[in-house]
Ligand binder design. Structure first.
Ligand code: IMP
Ligand code: MG
Length: 203
């Protein structure tokens, strides 16, 4: 259902069963060993792909205005902007729809201290799942905040449970229908500090 426009030359599918063959090379901190399932995307792979995305997004641009959706996209943002070769302006928007592993379906905007009127925005999100959050935020920014344009950039795309037909302009990796944590993505506010993306076993 998801329509990806203006995306990269390649779309990287994270392996359903994780990167088993190379798993022994990734040391999972002892604290997380019982809690995590498979490593889906290694730290090295994230680094390379995020660098590639930064170049693609900033190519030919003099300036970029990013709105990073808190808190999940903070780690992604920090790496992404350091590889952009243009002027970058950043704002943050606090939105939430999740309670534990379930999407509540209701999106709440909290923190949003900016004026988006007339701006060309790139909305940055950690993951698109049902599409409800991004669809709501895009239409809010265009209709209520009177933004000129809104593009969407996500690190992860989980297409299996899509409910909203939404255009995603930039996608890092496509992931299977599993709850994923790490590199900013959380389970009950934890695991954001993992340098890789993994599936969750239990917590
Ligand atoms: P959507 O509205 O269903 O697309 O959900 C988007 C939001 O749900 C994201 O910003 C995440 O915060 C959260 N989310 C969805 N799937 C996952 C996941 O696998 N791990 C962590 N958070 C997730
Ligand atoms: Mg989020």
């Amino acid at each position: 259902m998801v329509k990806i426009v203006n995306n990269f030359k390649r779309t990287i599918d994270a392996p359903e069963e994780g990167i088993k063959t190379r798993a022994e090379k990734i040391s999972i901190p002892t604290f997380f060993q019982k809690r995590l399932g498979n490593v889906l995307i290694s730290e090295k792979c994230l680094k390379l792909r995020v660098k590639e995305m930064a170049k693609e997004i900033s190519r030919g641009k003099k300036e970029i205005y990013l709105i990073s959706i808190l808190k999940g996209s903070a780690v992604f943002l920090a790496d992404l902007i350091r590889d952009m070769d243009c002027d970058v302006e950043v704002d943050f928007l606090g939105a939430s729809s999740y309670i534990g592993e379930k999407s509540s379906g209701k999106i709440k905007i909290g923190f949003a201290p900016f004026d988006a009127k007339g701006k060309n925005i790139i909305l940055l999100e950690d993951i698109v799942d049902t599409g409800n959050t991004l669809s709501f935020l895009k239409s809010h920014l265009l209709k209520k905040e009177k933004a000129k344009s809104v593009k969407i950039c996500v690190l992860l795309d989980k297409p299996a449970r899509r409910e909203k037909n939404i255009e995603i302009d930039f996608v890092g990796f496509r992931v299977p229908d599993r709850f994923t944590v790490g590199y900013g993505l959380d389970y009950k506010q934890r695991c954001r500090n993992l340098p890789f993306v993994a599936t969750l076993k239990k917590y």
